[in-house]
Write a protein that binds this ligand. Structure first.
Ligand code: SF4
Ligand code: SF4
Length: 166
């Protein structure tokens, strides 16, 4: 299956998936959509194929992570929900490949001090169904070798973050 079809299926699987059963942005004034130029998200390989003129809320720049080119997207703090990138759909989770290459879904360590849903003491807990949907979407996406390699690359970055936070 080509990447665009894979992303279409993953976007559809996650279309109505949200961390809580109500809009969690009401709890934190939508912190993860602050729309400043320091914040942004990395697109998955080939995900830019999902952009069209409805995606002009995103500004893309090329960046390097461990000598690998990635596309970094910054938004204006509002978007067309149907066109929001994968990273936004799964926040505050990220895919992770453990030591044996097994896919898991983890809390994004980069979001630890941003998203209240990751605070142990917070009264609202992330819906298990949301986690399951994120896992299923990535179980599909890792059939693509580029996407799997990207997750592997980002797993290394996340491990660095976790080391830094400890
Ligand atoms: S920062 Fe967390 S709680 Fe706030 S809108 Fe984003 S996902 Fe929801
Ligand atoms: S693209 Fe949309 S969902 Fe993603 S950070 Fe921007 S406003 Fe939030």
């Amino acid at each position: 299956m080509n990447k665009k079809l894979l992303y279409k299926r993953a976007y559809t699987m996650l279309e109505n998936a949200t961390p809580l059963k109500f809009d969690c942005g009401l709890l934190c004034n939508s912190k993860c959509c602050s729309g400043n130029s320091d914040a942004g998200m990395i697109l998955f390989p080939g995900e830019e194929a999902m952009s069209d003129k409805s995606s002009d809320f995103l500004r893309l720049t090329e960046e390097n992570i461990s000598d690998t080119g990635v596309l970094f997207a910054v938004c204006k703090g509002t978007c067309s929900r149907r066109h929001r990138p994968l990273s936004c759909r799964i926040f505050p989770y990220v895919p992770y490949l453990d030591g044996s290459g097994r896919l898991t879904i983890i809390e994004d360590p980069r979001a630890k001090y941003l998203c209240p849903l990751l605070l142990e003491s917070f009264e609202f807990k992330i819906d298990k169904m949301f986690e399951r949907k994120v896992f299923k979407a990535f179980r599909l996406l890792i059939h693509d070798n580029d996407i799997k390699s990207h997750i592997s690359l980002m797993t290394g970055v996340l491990d660095e973050y976790k080391r830094f936070l400890l």
